[in-house]
Ligand binder design. Structure first.
Ligand code: C5P
Length: 236
């Protein structure tokens, strides 16, 4: 199967991992109009709630709500229906919740917000083979990722969050069935911070990433807008 090179199509998502609401709003404003997507995670959602999502959306940004839902099928389906009332464009859930949970989530999403992209998280990058064994998963993380990816496809999920180092493997196995969102991205020369397996924006797109998530290199910069522009330039 042909590799899917996404240079030219790959989009940038700013990870808004900032404690203070007004600082976060200022940062989004300072990142400029060429920034389209913003990721809101559990840290901010649990602190500021749905109104914060609406506030970011009102700034003209698309919102990736990274809640990583994981519960019984009925509860997840209802949670999906609830968040579909918010102005969001992307949402995550844990594929290890199982096929029925994913199917019910997909059904709920299609009923309530057909345009919403529902992404599956496979194995958290904080889990290695030993940690998986600790919860009774007696196969490698790589084998677990590929089993959960196949299950996500069967359940009708349309996207996955993965490392850019796994993007090519997923695209080779599944073609363009899944939209791939990849964190662990650093522009050339940027500080890696605690990220271990990093990749530049352009290389990640060349590996098949449809979206790249970038946090610190943008929000810690003196001039966030210039970093956004330089990343977008790298992707074109
Ligand atoms: O600051 P940095 O660019 O490293 O931020 C990356 C973002 O992507 C953070 O919000 C982090 O929680 C998220 N993420 C990640 N690795 C994963 C999944 C999500 O870095 N496997």
């Amino acid at each position: 199967m042909k590799m899917v090179d996404q240079i030219g199509n790959c989009e940038l998502i700013l990870a808004l991992d900032i404690d203070d609401r007004s600082e976060a709003i200022q940062l989004v404003k300072r990142s400029g109009d060429s920034l389209t997507w913003v990721k809101i995670g559990l840290q901010m959602f649990t602190k500021y709630g749905p109104d914060y999502v609406r506030e970011i959306s009102d700034l003209g940004k698309k919102v990736f709500l990274d809640l990583k839902l994981h519960d019984i099928p009925n509860t997840v389906a209802k949670a999906v229906a609830s968040v579909c009332e918010l102005p969001i464009d992307m949402l995550t859930l844990h594929t290890c919740g199982g096929k029925e949970m994913m199917e019910r989530a997909v059904k709920s999403q299609r009923e309530h917000k057909p345009e919403l992209q529902l992404l599956g998280v496979t194995v958290l990058t904080s889990m290695d083979d030993e940690a998986l064994a600790g919860i009774g998963v007696n196969r490698t993380a790589a084998a677990q990722v590929s089993a959960l990816t196949a299950l996500a496809g069967e359940a009708g999920m349309s996207g996955l969050v993965c490392s850019p180092h796994e993007a090519a493997q997923v695209k080779l196995a599944h073609g363009s069935q899944f939209k791939l969102v990849t964190p662990g991205i650093r522009p050339p020369g940027a500080d890696a911070g605690d990220q271990k397996r990093i990749m530049t924006p352009r290389l990640a797109a060349a590996q098949g990433a449809d979206f790249i998530v970038v946090g610190r290199p943008i929000y810690q910069a003196k001039d966030p807008e210039s970093v956004v522009k330089s990343i977008l330039g790298d992707l074109r």
